[in-house]
Design a protein around this ligand. Structure first.
Ligand SMILES: [Zn+2]
Length: 425
């Protein structure tokens, strides 16, 4: 039988600025695409076959390392700014109970919002039983971290059965990738981490773990008491064997040390020794900073400069609409650029691109504009002015994301690939 010929499309895009991320920004830069991949990134040498996109920036597709899309129907965060963290958790638990039937619709809405704001790869925390088809047909790559809550030791074995099922389902997945999220020190028995690290190392898949997020968490770890203990008692979820007195986040980092890839989500209260530990393991442990979620609570200032100067891998996440105004990584980048004027703008851009891709173990394929990588692109409008540093045009601006390209194809306004796509919600 003769093989049918297929035409693989080639296109060359030109922009006022191209930000390759692993090299200097290119004025009047070109990105040449063949099929799903980038084949060339460079400067315009007078070629006539380019598509000039005008006064825009071409970035690698933005990567959001941490979301919970089940909250995407919220128009504003739960509670009030600066609220008590444990009270906020109570609201989250109540909200989940009320909205379990509509989480499918919220996830679809969240995926559309992410794509519309330029995100092409996502680390999503998912609940057991969610239909994974939503992630299979979206024009965005999703690492689906199955979340497990198992505060008592007797819940560890059933939780691992659910995890194994998730990895079995992933064997036939085309687009989504599996990950695992033992939720947080206050909601899982440490025995779960020990068995999860063994499974995830065998699967070469990432683990996401919320750690050092609040003062109340540190209090629970240190003394087994405080507002979290009250909450666990209320939920009949306290297991006296789960937390030994004097426990600290470092103990959990050590438990995760041999995992294939770990995302430490938040890390708001990491101490200097823990920051050094993360820097020493920067090749396989990343910290996910969720800037506007951090701002929502009354946390101490985020140790961003310290983490970066120590050499830790820091990625950005939006977290969910239960604590963030929206799901835009570009908005997070602009927030960080404004709040941390001492951090290089090129470094800021890495937080939402190559660093977040590295956190998800996808930096070989995503996160920078480089021949051989996927042609996942974010096209951002630029203001009508000049700047000494072109990053200033990107960050000191309200210009929106104009287009999101996924695997060499612009995603249309319904967020369905312009060619060959399939509706997914
Ligand atoms: Zn989270």
């Amino acid at each position: 039988m003769r093989k049918r010929k297929t035409t693989i499309e080639s296109r060359t895009l030109k922009a006022r600025w191209v930000f390759p991320v692993d090299g200097k920004p290119l004025p009047g830069g070109l990105v040449e695409i063949h099929g799903q991949r980038i084949v060339e990134v460079g400067s315009d040498s007078g070629r006539s076959d380019v598509e000039d996109l005008g006064n825009v920036a071409i970035l690698p597709g933005l990567v959001n390392a941490h979301t919970h899309l089940e909250f995407s129907n919220l128009s504003k965060p739960l509670g009030e700014p600066g609220m008590d963290f444990v009270d906020w958790i109570r609201r989250v638990v109540a909200f989940r109970r009320q909205t379990a039937d509509t989480s499918h619709e919220a996830i679809g809405r969240g995926l559309r919002e992410c794509i519309g704001s330029g995100t092409t790869s996502l680390g999503e925390i998912a609940q057991p039983g969610w239909p994974v088809e939503q992630f299979e047909y979206a024009d965005i790559e999703v690492t689906v971290f199955l979340e497990v809550i198992a505060p008592r030791v007797e819940r560890v074995a059933p939780a691992m059965e659910v995890a194994q099922h998730h990895f079995d389902l992933a064997e036939t997945a085309r687009r989504w990738r599996p990950g695992f999220s033992p939720h947080a020190p206050y909601s899982i028995h440490p025995e779960l981490l020990a068995v999860a690290v063994a499974l995830l190392t065998a699967e070469k898949a990432p683990i996401a773990f919320h750690l050092a997020e609040s003062r109340e968490e540190l209090e629970l770890l240190h003394s087994g008491s405080g507002p979290f203990r009250d909450l666990l008692d209320e939920l009949d979820a306290w297991d006296p064997t789960a937390i030994r007195p004097g426990t600290r986040p470092l103990d959990y980092l050590r438990m995760l040390e041999s995992a294939h890839r770990t995302l430490i989500v938040h890390g708001n209260y990491l101490d200097d020794v823990e920051i050094e530990f993360l820097a020493d393991h920067a090749d396989r442990m990343a910290v996910v900073y969720c800037p506007r979620t951090h701002q929502w609570f009354d946390h101490r200032p985020y140790p961003l400069a310290k983490l970066l100067s120590a050499g830790a891998t820091v990625a950005l996440g939006t977290d969910s609409r239960a604590s963030s105004p929206d799901l835009s990584i570009l908005a997070e980048l602009r927030f960080v650029a404004e709040r941390y004027p001492g951090i290089g703008r090129d470094v800021v851009l890495k937080l939402g691109t190559i660093n977040a891709a590295r956190a998800l173990d996808r930096d070989g394929e995503l996160g920078s504009l480089k021949p051989g990588k996927y042609a996942d692109l974010t096209i951002v409008g630029l203001p009508d002015r000049d700047a000494a540093d072109p990053h200033d045009l990107l960050f000191n601006s309200n210009e929106p994301v104009l287009q999101t390209w996924f695997r060499g194809v612009p995603v249309d306004k319904d967020y369905k690939a312009a060619t060959g796509g399939r509706a997914w919600c």
